[in-house]
Write a protein that binds this ligand. Structure first.
Ligand code: ADP
Ligand code: MG
Length: 350
């Protein structure tokens, strides 16, 4: 895994030979339009969309090599997939359905055409999996490194869009999936990369930790959770996706909604591999969940009356509830102590 990117990054700059238009053609070939709202995709000065009676939800992210990703251990195909998935996650967090993306890249001459094709293979895989259309973008050069910007567009009925600022007092606080795995995976990859840098003959054995590595390298947007909640007629009172760790996202919902929160350590869903790796580092696993990031699960609140509908769901955990006092942001630990949640301060409850 650690050598993969170097193989495809030969130093010959074939990009200039191909030319900008040749490159765009090569990268964007084989993408199919799947959504009727896409009236015109790639190939004109602008794409044309028609959402008819739905509302449009738009979000964008900029990813910079060395800041947001490290190509020493992130395969380009995974990077392409993840760049799309994290944007679609923001659309899900509005309770909307993603339909289109644009992808813009800036590349230095360190990258070969084959390397960029790898990146676009990942983008294509995500487009296929989530049924979204690639409808445009921009391609330019950078003096150093790779930059990727993805914009995602989605649709929702006006009365179904869910914001961060609408949680009410005594709502149940819920999360999808499990938390902390992506951060654990990142710590593991960083550690193995350091070992590899000092001894390139040492190939890491990550098989014991394949799940957390996957959580870091190939996160998914929870379009399935949006569908699931809709299917059982639950409209969350507020929602956000977990990109920066549970603490930080709880703070956003509480601050914007004008409520406090109380959550329970033993209710936070954490996978076995995350626990195992945390114990290897002598860290309480809940810290990975609270202050790690990039899990891209959904954090949402629902009315208490929905308890009976939510409780049986395998992939959703009720981790606490909102409270009236805005100042209260409490984590009740396994031994019953109440600890103040800090936006990022994870030493506070170790
Ligand atoms: P313009 O000169 O109008 O910016 P371009 O030549 O950059 O047009 O792009 C031509 C077409 O290819 C447009 O539809 C544009 O959206 C699309 N495109 C350009 N770069 C990319 C990219 N990296 N990924 C996807 N589509 C792209
Ligand atoms: Mg352009």
């Amino acid at each position: 895994m650690f050598e993969q990117n170097f193989k495809v990054m030969d130093k010959i700059n074939e990009i200039s030979k191909l030319g900008e238009f040749g490159l765009i053609d090569k990268l964007t070939s084989g993408f199919e339009i799947k959504n009727s709202s896409t009236k015109k995709g790639i190939g004109d000065d602008a794409a044309v969309l028609n959402y008819e009676k739905k509302q449009t939800v738009v979000t964008t992210d900029l990813l910079i090599e060395g800041v947001h990703f490290n190509l020493a251990y992130v395969p380009l195909k995974h990077l392409g997939y993840k760049s799309v998935a994290v944007n679609l996650s923001d659309i899900c967090a509005m309770n909307a359905v993603p339909k289109q993306i644009t992808v813009s890249i800036a590349v230095s001459n360190r990258f070969s055409v084959v390397a960029l094709e790898e990146l676009y293979e990942g983008i294509k895989l995500a487009c296929k999996f989530y049924s979204v259309d690639l409808i445009g973008g921009d391609t330019t050069s950078s003096s150093k490194g790779l930059l990727i910007s993805v914009t995602a567009i989605g649709e929702a009925d006006a009365d179904k869009i869910v914001y961060r600022n609408t949680a009410k007092v005594n709502d149940l606080i819920c999360v999808s999936g499990n938390l902390g795995g992506a951060y654990a995976g990142l710590q593991l990859l960083e550690r193995e990369n350091e070992i590899f840098k000092h001894n390139p003959k040492m190939q890491p054995n990550l098989s014991e930790y394949n799940y957390i590595v996957g959580r870091q390298l190939k996160p998914e947007a929870r379009t399935d959770i949006v569908k699931l909640l809709d299917g059982i007629n639950i409209l969350p009172t507020s929602m956000i996706d977990i990109s920066d760790g549970l603490s930080s996202e709880l703070f956003h919902i509480c601050k914007q909604s004008g409520v406090g929160c109380k959550i329970f350590e033993d209710k936070i869903p954490i996978d076995e591999q995350t626990k195992l790796f945390a114990s290897e580092l002598s860290i309480v696993p809940a810290i990975f969940a609270m202050n790690g990031g990039e899990d891209y699960e959904l954090l949402f609140t629902v009315k208490q009356e929905e308890f009976g509908k939510i409780e049986p769901l395998q992939d959703i955990s009720i981790i606490g509830h909102t409270v009236k006092d805005k100042e209260t942001k409490a984590l009740i630990t396994k031994d019953g102590k109440s600890v103040r949640i800090e936006a990022q301060g994870w030493s506070s409850f170790q």
